[in-house]
Design a protein around this ligand. Structure first.
Ligand SMILES: NC(=O)c1ccc[n+]([C@@H]2O[C@H](COP(=O)([O-])OP(=O)(O)OC[C@H]3O[C@@H](n4cnc5c(N)ncnc54)[C@H](O)[C@@H]3O)[C@@H](O)[C@H]2O)c1
Length: 248
C-alpha cells in the first residue's frame, strides 16, 4: 500500500517505521517546512493518507485529501468541535475517512470497559466519577482527545452525567474546581515525557474503584494508525476507530 504521511513529528516518524515493517511504501511526507508539496497530484500517488499534525493544520489537510479523493486516517486531536461538520461531509460521499482520538488497541478495549462500568454504576449513585489524564508537556490540547472520548462514554451511559468540565494542572498546584453533580470532572496533568495515562475513578465514602490505561510508548498508537489505513483503504464514508473493533 502507498501511504502519504501528513505530519512528520513524533508520531509520523514512528508510523513510517511501522508501515515500512509491514511492507508498505511511503510516497509523500508533509511537515511544517514543505506544506507546498501537499498538492492534489502528489496526494493521488498514495492509496491512503495518515494525518498526525496539529489542531491548527488538520482541517486543511483533510480538505486536501477530500479534494484528491484519497482516504484518510486522522489521529490529530484538539479539533473536536468540527467533527460533526466533517462527518456530514464524508457520510454520504464516496470518500473514506476514519478518526480516532486514540488508535491503540488497548485503549479501545479500555473505552469499551469504561462504557460497561458506567452503565453498571447507575445502580450505585453514592459513587462519584472523575477522569484523570497525564501527558508530556509539549501536548498542545487539553483535555486529551482520549479523555474526551472516555468522558463521552460515561455521559452516554451514566444517567446523572450531562457534560464534562476540564481542569489543567502542572501536577504541583492543588486542583480547585466548581464541577456540579451533572459534570464529569477531567483533571489534565502535564508532566515531563509521559506518552499518555488515563484513569477513571469512582469514589465513595467507603472505597474507590479505578480503571487505568498506561501507554509505555507511542508504538501502540502508531500500529493502530497503520492498521486503520489498511482497513479504510477501500471503504467509503465516515468511520471512527470503534468501527474497527467488534466487542459484541
Ligand atoms: N490518535 C492517536 O492515537 C494519537 C496518538 C498520539 C498523538 N496523537 C495526536 O497526534 C498529533 C501529533 O502528535 P505528535 O506527538 O506527532 O506531535 P508533534 O508535535 O511531534 O508532530 C506534529 C508535526 O506536525 C507538523 N506540522 C505543522 N504544520 C503542518 C502541516 N500544515 N502539515 C503537516 N504537518 C505539519 C509539525 O511540524 C510537527 O512535526 C497531536 O494532535 C496528538 O495529540 C494522536
Amino acid at each position: 500500500m502507498k501511504i502519504a504521511l501528513l505530519g512528520y513529528g513524533k508520531m509520523g516518524k514512528i508510523i513510517e517505521k511501522i508501515a515500512l515493517d509491514r511492507k508498505h511504501e511511503i510516497v509523500l511526507k508533509i511537515d511544517y517546512d514543505n506544506q507546498q508539496d501537499l498538492t492534489i497530484e502528489n496526494l493521488q500517488k498514495a492509496d491512503v493518507a495518515i494525518e498526525f499534525s496539529t489542531p491548527g493544520t488538520v482541517l486543511s489537510n483533510i480538505e486536501q485529501c477530500f479534494n484528491a479523493g484519497v482516504p484518510i486516517v486522522v489521529g490529530t486531536t484538539g479539533w473536536h468541535e468540527q467533527i460533526s461538520e466533517i462527518k456530514a461531509r464524508y457520510e454520504n460521499s464516496d470518500k473514506g475517512f476514519i478518526y480516532g482520538t486514540n488508535f491503540s488497541v488497548g485503549v479501545n478495549i479500555f473505552f469499551h470497559i469504561n462504557k460497561v462500568l458506567a452503565k453498571l454504576m447507575n445502580a450505585h449513585p453514592y459513587y462519584d466519577v472523575q477522569v484523570e489524564e497525564i501527558h508530556h508537556i509539549q501536548k498542545l490540547d487539553s483535555p486529551s482527545g482520549t479523555a474526551i472520548t472516555i468522558a463521552e462514554g460515561i455521559i452516554d451511559n451514566l444517567d446523572e452525567k450531562k457534560q464534562w468540565v476540564n481542569i489543567l494542572t502542572d501536577g504541583t498546584n492543588p486542583v480547585d474546581n466548581n464541577a456540579t453533580a451533572e459534570d464529569v470532572l477531567i483533571e489534565s496533568h502535564r508532566i515531563d515525557s509521559v506518552p499518555g495515562t488515563h484513569t477513571v475513578i469512582y469514589d465513595s465514602e467507603v472505597d474507590t474503584i479505578e480503571i487505568k490505561h498506561t501507554a509505555h510508548n507511542r508504538n501502540g498508537f502508531a500500529l493502530g494508525a497503520v492498521l486503520a489505513a489498511e482497513w479504510i483503504k477501500d471503504k467509503q464514508g465516515f468511520y471512527s476507530v470503534a468501527d474497527m473493533f467488534d466487542f459484541s
